[in-house]
Ligand binder design. Sequence first.
Ligand code: TXA
Ligand code: MG
Length: 320
Amino acid sequence: MGSNIHRPGPETLAAAGQLIRDGQLVAFPTETVYGLGADATNSMAVAGIFAAKGRPRFNPLIVHVPDLAAAQKLGVFSPMAKHLAAAFWPGPLTLVVTRVAGSPISDLVSAGLPTLALRVTSNPIAQALLRAADRPLAAPSANRSGHVSATRAEHVAADLADSVAMILDDGATTHGLESAIVDATGDTIVLLRPGAIPIEALESITGTTIARAKGHASQPTAPGQLESHYAPRAAIRLNAASVEMGEALLAFGPAPLAATGPSFNLSRRGDLIEAAINLFSALRTLDASGAAAIAVMPIPNEGLGEAINDRLARAAAPRA
Ligand code: TXA
Ligand code: MG
């Protein structure tokens, strides 16, 4: 263990950038915690992040970009969002904004949401990696699911050594607490996750009181309360053995059920990574067909199947 930890110089950073462009995972430091990075425009690479976390769940991921100009190519910035970015970037603030039309960012990154969480870190090694990779980097905290966030390269290695191509070492992070996440999609700013910037500091910049979100995805209290997750309009019926009248079919594998209405096969060859990549666009497509319900074939609960089933169970949970 530890062999893929590097104190990066220019050559190592160039190699790390190439690994990202090749669809590999590279763990990198930020001023808050270490991130498990992948090319945010490459769905296979993003699926790899979820697989590496273990007991995976499709929580939406933060996209790291070098500066506000790069962020504005991916998301729509209101005057207030720009104001916050100008005040706190680079720094431990993540802004949730609406995706631009035709966004190159993988659907899997934002778990099917029409929004994107964007962050500009001040860590020089992360900045150098962003330049070397020349790609926006999707990166959750670099720890296995259920473990605490990693604040040293050795923590990353202990959790994820087998799944990352390289770990860029910058010693201990300066904050040790994740970024504050703010929803800046609307007229009023909402704090989605308290973090390394206190709410008072945000308020002194906005000149307003900032509301705190209830039941954010980082602290779910019940499956139905994941309000930041995309919820289909159609009812979802899991483990379907047949398709009923008026239902659309979400199929999986080489032997799909017979369907009379709209259907979408997540992976004809039964590949769970391919299924993960297709999941959110499949739900959207079937939902848009106008079917009252979507019958979902059983999906093996192994590898990324666990995250797919977790997401489908949430989509099937009773709505408030
Ligand atoms: O400090 C940090 O933010 C670290 C470093 C690596 O950047 N990253 C981090 O990522 O903490 P993660 O995946 O552990 O937490 C990301 C949080 C999740 O709670 C997720 O629900 C939220 O960001 N999030 C991501 N995209 C979102 C979106 N479009 N809308 C609402 N919340 C979003
Ligand atoms: Mg985390």
